[in-house]
Ligand binder design. Structure first.
Ligand code: SF4
Ligand code: SF4
Length: 238
């Protein structure tokens, strides 16, 4: 019932499924039927999504948001005709951008996985109300979004340091940590939303969680080789 319900993930998923253009219709700004003013949120989400599209080489004109009332049938028809014409001119998704289908899909999936991290870092801006259209273009800059994506961290648990205290697994909001009693804990990178909680809560005396930026994440030890080496045992062996 509200354009504010349209999440960034929905837009990226539509493109990942091969949709050539995404149109979002919202109520007129400042004419919200409720009290949420969700159309402003939708606008900010679109401005961010366009920068994310540009980051992976997609033409941002494939995404459009327009605001109109349900009584404006003629406006709706005109806007849709114009958008359909524009998308037809751009051609099938990735075609006009000279992007290989599989490469594009992989980039969209990577971008979708970064959405929780991006939302955490843009949360304050996403909630703002842009009162002037002249503010739209500069609200999210390309440099800002490129930097955010390029500097997205990964978290890794050092098998030599983890003492299987289980604190990180209990606190992880995405249930992304494979946790068994007496075993080195493992971060499932597919599920991790990069919130950094494990990094913050791992007791300093263990310091087992590492933040990695711009480098590949080491592979975890294979199953069957995850028994924790207790600090005490280590000393005894030495
Ligand atoms: S960074 Fe956050 S989501 Fe990822 S494993 Fe750590 S606590 Fe879980
Ligand atoms: S909090 Fe640190 S020591 Fe404890 S299980 Fe997690 S990574 Fe291992």
């Amino acid at each position: 019932m509200c354009s504010g319900r349209i999440a960034l993930e929905f837009v990226l998923r539509a493109f990942a499924n091969g949709i050539d253009g995404v149109f979002i219709g919202g109520c007129r700004l400042n004419e919200c039927n409720y009290i949420t003013q969700g159309n402003y949120h939708a606008l900010n989400m679109v401005l961010l999504a366009k920068r994310m599209m540009q980051h992976i080489g997609l033409n941002p004109d494939r995404l459009r948001i327009e605001f109109m009332s349900s009584a404006e049938g003629v406006v709706f028809a005109e806007v849709m005709s114009d958008f359909a014409r524009k998308v037809r001119e751009l051609g099938p998704l990735g075609y006009g951008e000279s992007l290989d289908e599989n490469v594009l899909k992989a980039r969209l999936m990577e971008m979708t996985a970064l959405v929780p991290y991006i939302k955490v870092h843009t949360n304050e801006k996403l909630g703002k109300r842009l009162l002037e259209p002249s503010e739209y273009d500069k609200f999210f800059t390309q440099d800002e979004v490129d930097k955010l994506v390029n500097e997205a961290p990964a978290y890794y648990i050092d098998p030599q340091k983890c003492q299987a205290c289980m604190i990180c697994a209990r606190r992880c909001p995405a249930e992304a940590i494979i946790s068994n009693k007496g075993e080195i804990h493992i971060i499932n990178q597919e599920e991790c939303i990069k919130c950094g909680t494990c990094f913050d809560v791992c007791p300093p005396r263990f310091g087992a969680v590492t933040k990695i930026v711009g480098l590949p994440v080491p592979l975890p030890p294979p199953e069957g080789q995850r028994a924790v080496i207790r600090k005490k045992q280590e000393k005894e062996v030495a």
